[in-house]
Design a binder for this molecule. Structure first.
Ligand code: HEM
Length: 419
């Protein structure tokens, strides 16, 4: 048995909040180790990093998810009783419900819807002095998400609903007011969606049978029971909210184009291979999910290190995407690196690792990649704009992070259609 290098101090919850995306990488550097023992939320926790560590983290013989998310995260970002905290048979059954939404036809549909929603913005933007891309992207994604998912969204409430989804996402690493705002947003959203679920079940609203609203409202759990209306609302929100989150990656995409103008002609050429590489590199390079947690199911040894039952284990998600043993020049933005990339499910983990069906890896990875491509195509091929002087830097402490100015554009013009 080897000893896990140990961080000093009573509790590092504040250090985590103070160091954000660099928390685990900093501990790795200080301890010269990819496994570190610490204390978080008053309990012993183990931090792990690397491809092998990710493989371990996703092995369900050793880890479970029930009880991982602290209350402040369940009350804001995730919701109670959602798929994120389920295990085993119950999880696989619920997960299949999400994955059943992702048929090729339905993915094609959300792509079309999203492009239409972007295009509807052009006339309004042409008239405006400045357009804040982040808020526009969240709104466009909210409109597209609701339309695709079969959720009625009136013109009057778009602003509010988009803002609420954004606030739930923003609450993740927030304490105080930012977290309370996320909780209020969740309460309001859940009330709204629960009402819709009741109407759908009473046949007073009839979304198409292949939509998330329909499928989740009538879903039966692994024991043949319908989800209670609250859980159904939580799971519908688990589809809508993360689509709105794609707005953050759209902003990082616009930032990447701005910082690397040599990529613009390549993106405009409409070569799918290049846009895919570009999107993958955005998901690798820019910080979004900092870390993930799981709880040890039993006592075991890994590489000679002891893990004890019920210990919280945190995986270095952002750090893994920037590890020098997995990525050449990890801190350089270089879409071409994905040309030769073999695609290990444990080395590239912006939306989790492992298998989509068997584990907790993100159910929306395909939608994310597609809508990032669609959005980039819109921004590069359908319009032109100026990026005025502004503070485009983003904090590596704030979780989730976003450029400080939220990416302001101006002088938006519709691009001449190429003959
Ligand atoms: C899970 C990230 C978009 C639905 C996750 C996880 C991460 C993640 C890190 C957790 C993986 C784990 O626990 O091991 C993201 C990011 C997104 C995004 C960064 C884009 C900005 C989406 C979209 C959808 C979606 C568009 C649905 C339409 C889900 C669901 C889960 C999940 C349902 C829970 C899966 C489970 O627990 O089995 N996502 N996601 N996500 N994501 Fe996403």
């Amino acid at each position: 048995t080897k000893q896990i290098p140990k961080e000093k101090g009573l509790d590092q919850s504040l250090t985590l909040l103070n160091e954000g995306y660099r928390y685990i990488p900093n501990r790795r550097r200080n301890q010269q180790s990819d496994i570190i023992q610490t204390r978080l939320l008053g309990k012993k926790a183990i931090l792990i990093s690397g491809e092998e560590a990710a493989r371990l983290f996703y092995d369900e013989n050793y880890f479970k998810r029930e009880g991982v998310a602290p209350r402040r995260i369940r009350k804001s970002l995730f919701g109670e009783h959602g798929v994120q905290g389920l295990d085993d048979e119950e999880h696989k059954h619920r997960k299949l419900m999400f994955l059943s939404l992702m048929t090729p036809e339905r993915l094609e549909e959300i792509k079309k819807i999203t492009m239409q929603q972007w295009k509807k913005k052009i006339d309004e933007w042409k008239e405006r002095d400045r357009v804040v891309l982040f808020y526009e992207a969240e709104e466009v994604m909210c409109r597209a998400a609701c339309e695709w998912a079969g959720i009625d969204l009136s013109e009057e409430e778009v602003g509010q609903r988009a803002r609420e989804f954004g606030q739930m996402i923003d609450a993740f690493g927030g304490v105080g007011e930012r977290n309370r705002r996320g909780k209020r947003a969740r309460d309001s959203s859940e009330k709204w969606i629960q009402k819709i679920v009741k109407q759908i079940r009473a046949n007073k609203q009839k979304p198409a049978e292949n939509t998330a609203a329909y499928i989740i409202s009538f879903h039966r759990d692994h024991k043949g029971k319908r989800l209670d209306t609250h859980t159904a609302a939580v799971e519908i929100i688990n589809v809508l909210r993360p689509i709105v989150a794609i707005g953050r990656y759209v902003v990082f995409g616009a930032l990447a184009v701005h910082d690397h103008p040599e990529t613009l002609p390549k993106l405009r050429a409409g070569d799918d291979t290049y846009t895919t590489m570009f999107v993958q590199e955005i998901r690798r390079y820019y910080p979004f999910t900092p870390l993930l947690g799981a709880i040890a199911r039993k006592d075991f040894h890994w590489k000679g290190y002891p893990f004890t039952k019920d210990t919280l284990v945190m995986l270095d998600v952002h750090g893994i995407n920037h590890r020098a043993d997995l990525w050449e020049d990890p801190d350089v933005f270089m879409p071409e690196r994905f040309k030769e990339w073999e695609g290990s499910p444990f080395a590239f983990v912006p939306q989790g690792g492992g298998d989509h069906y068997m584990g907790h890896r993100c159910a929306g990875e395909w939608i994310t990649v597609m809508l990032m491509q669609t959005s980039l195509e819109f921004l590069t091929n359908h319009i032109t704009y100026d990026v005025p002087e502004q503070d485009l830097s983003y904090s590596m402490v704030r979780m989730p992070t976003i450029p400080k100015s939220r990416f302001v554009i101006r002088d938006v013009e519709e691009r001449e259609k190429l003959a």
